[in-house]
Design a protein around this ligand. Structure first.
Ligand SMILES: Nc1ncnc2c1ncn2[C@@H]1O[C@H](COP(=O)(O)OP(=O)(O)OP(=O)(O)O)[C@@H](O)[C@H]1O
Ligand SMILES: [Mg+2]
Length: 426
């Protein structure tokens, strides 16, 4: 908003002007706000408060935004840095609505997939601003929605796939696609319920694994032909007021469907990069809205293949906290607040490696920080999760070096020095 010289410039007059303009044109994003917890505050609500949400909140706090963290358990990482928090079942639409209506946030920022996204669609229709859009959150929480959009509507290259609602259909799909193939519940993340069907006889075990790992009530699975990729990458793609920009590609290694190592930049040919950007631009353009997206792609001898997309910062993108001038979290916050982003710069190559817990406990300490932090150009983020579970990500090590190879070695070394020590309580 531009004030002319005759206009009053007391804070309340400015505020009144803003409110008036807001009424006149609901579509205009006002990039100005007052102090957190004041009437003029800009309020951001995180739905999901894990380690990625924690970094989003920190970046929003830096710009003076009031932050409200929501998750299903208390003391979640983002809650520890937010102004206040709520503990609810985010898959329960009524609870989600209650907490949103009580806080009336300017921005609703989904951080995870497991949210009652149908309710978010309704809330968006009623005028709430869901990031990047409620439809993007709904489509990407369900592998069927995003796969059909990518492959059938947009014609992007993907692995061949089938859907199955029961064991019989799964066996038919396995017979059609051949083995090996990958079986995944429609709604799950971090590899939960996912398995490789190596022979037709594995189908029973794969079905049972999907049933156990599925989130929500859905027991439908997607069966995908196995992609023999040379490497896999995440292409962080930012849609903002100044258009679409791509971060340098991030290579990563997944174990049991969950990421253990990532690095940036990942070496790609100019042709591969062009294909990757074309795919990422198409899918994110179709999902729409402003924000950062993590586009997962396989690099194969036959070209780049689309895998999936998250309309939010990506776990493999934590490496950008050490490599880029604006991390993926800073980029997300700038984009969703409506700012233009003139560019993003790789300051140095770098890598990340994760620390995962071995068993379930609430009585533990993290050791080895002293040793890890002796390594050159190395940083650590301890997420502060109150409870460990087998395979749960508890911290990440970040290392920078002119050589990606050295950075990778050092990040892995640092992560290996970090340990969860379990305290025995009598
Ligand atoms: N069709 C496939 N062929 C070969 N490998 C695959 C295939 N699908 C998935 N994978 C492997 O499994 C990993 C996890 O798969 P996917 O990304 O679909 O699941 P996810 O549970 O959403 O994981 P996350 O939430 O951690 O991204 C992939 O990054 C890849 O390494
Ligand atoms: Mg994935």
């Amino acid at each position: 908003m531009v004030l002319d010289e005759h206009q009053e410039t007391t804070p309340s007059a400015i505020l009144q002007g803003i409110m008036q303009c807001k009424k006149m044109d609901k579509g205009v994003l006002f990039i100005m706000w007052g102090a957190p917890n004041s009437r003029q505050a800009k309020k951001m609500m995180m739905l999901g408060s894990g380690e990625l949400g924690k970094e989003v909140v920190i970046e929003a706090q830096r710009l003076g935004v009031e932050c409200i963290a929501v998750d299903r358990y208390p003391d979640a990482p983002a809650m520890q840095v937010a102004h206040r928090s709520h503990v609810i079942d985010m898959l329960d639409g009524a609870e989600l609505r209650r907490v949103i209506e009580s806080e009336k946030p300017d921005l609703i920022v989904p951080e995870i997939e497991a949210i009652a996204t149908e309710e978010l669609v309704r809330l968006e229709q009623e005028g709430y601003h869901v990031v990047p859009t409620a439809t993007a959150a709904r489509l990407t929480m369900d592998r069927e929605g995003i796969r059909r959009l990518a492959a059938e509507t947009l014609g992007l290259p993907t692995a061949a796939y089938r859907f199955a609602d029961n064991l019989e259909q799964l066996k038919e799909a396995v017979a059609e696609l051949g083995t090996p193939c990958v079986v995944k519940p429609l709604m799950s993340s971090s590899g939960k319920g996912q398995s490789v069907c190596r022979t037709p006889e594995d189908a029973d075990a794969c079905w049972n694994a999907a049933l156990e790992g599925a989130r929500g009530k859905s027991v439908r699975v997607i069966v995908e032909a196995f992609v023999h990729f040379e490497s896999e990458i995440t292409l962080l793609t930012v849609r903002s007021a100044s258009g679409t920009l791509f971060c340098p590609p991030i290579g990563h290694i997944q174990r049991d469907g969950d990421y253990v190592e990532s690095w940036q930049p990942h070496h790609m040919t100019a042709e591969q990069l062009e294909q990757a950007q074309q795919i990422a631009g198409t899918i994110t353009g179709h999902l729409g809205g402003y924000g950062l997206f993590g586009v997962e792609l396989f690099l194969t001898v036959d070209g780049v293949v689309f895998s999936e997309v998250s309309p939010r910062p990506h776990d493999t993108g934590m490496v950008t906290m050490i490599t880029q001038d604006l991390s993926e979290f800073a980029l997300h916050v700038r984009a969703i607040l409506g700012f233009e982003i003139p560019g993003v710069h790789l300051l140095t190559p770098g890598a990340s490696a994760t620390l995962k817990a071995a068993k379930a406990s609430t009585d533990f300490v993290v050791s080895g920080l002293d040793e890890a932090l002796k390594l050159p150009r190395t940083q650590v983020r301890v997420f502060g999760k109150p409870e460990t579970k087998p395979g749960r990500r508890m911290a990440v090590a970040l290392s920078a070096d002119e050589s990606v190879e050295i950075a990778r070695k050092r990040a892995v070394q640092a992560a290996a020095l970090l340990k969860e020590e379990y305290v025995h309580v009598d």
